[in-house]
Design a protein around this ligand. Sequence first.
Ligand SMILES: Nc1c(C(=O)O)ncn1[C@@H]1O[C@H](COP(=O)(O)O)[C@@H](O)[C@H]1O
Length: 177
Amino acid sequence: MLTRTGENPLVGVVMGSDSDWPTMRPVVEALTEFGIGAEVGVVSAHRMPEDMVAYGRGASQRGLRVIVAGAGGAAHLPGMLAALTELPVIGVPVPLKHLDGVDSLLSIVQMPAGVPVATVSVGGARNAGLLAARILGAGEGPAAARLRERMRSFQVDLRDIALDKGAALARRVAGAE
Ligand SMILES: Nc1c(C(=O)O)ncn1[C@@H]1O[C@H](COP(=O)(O)O)[C@@H](O)[C@H]1O
């Protein structure tokens, strides 16, 4: 079952289980900040292979332009979706109780040549959402130009936050003297 956020979802956000949602939620939050609608759901290569094939094969035709796929453990979902679609796929390694997400990271990042998955850090879901926004912003037309503009202003905010941190550190150092 797929849920939509926003109008005309351009990004598919899928995960191997609902237990991945706490890790994956920042993907949707980042997309929402940039005004990008998403189609969100559980799709598992292991547990529902036929549905996963249908999802990957139909993604582009449904209007999606980027897929963000998160999974933990033996995380085959992002790579299998990349094999099934021509859309860019961003993989999010989800950390589980054992192995701290290293298993998932290696499963996602070590793709064979010809089937790329852009892998973010373990639990790096927010960056996956931001990367999806950048991919959409790299296109032609006014909507893409607006996304690039929003990304530039987001980057200015990041600089301001870093400057504030620098000022806070300076105060702490001065207090320690
Ligand atoms: N790695 C995969 C895939 C897959 O890659 O197809 N399907 C489910 N899972 C992962 O299994 C973990 C445990 O799932 P449960 O919590 O449902 O037992 C989740 O992190 C999920 O992403």
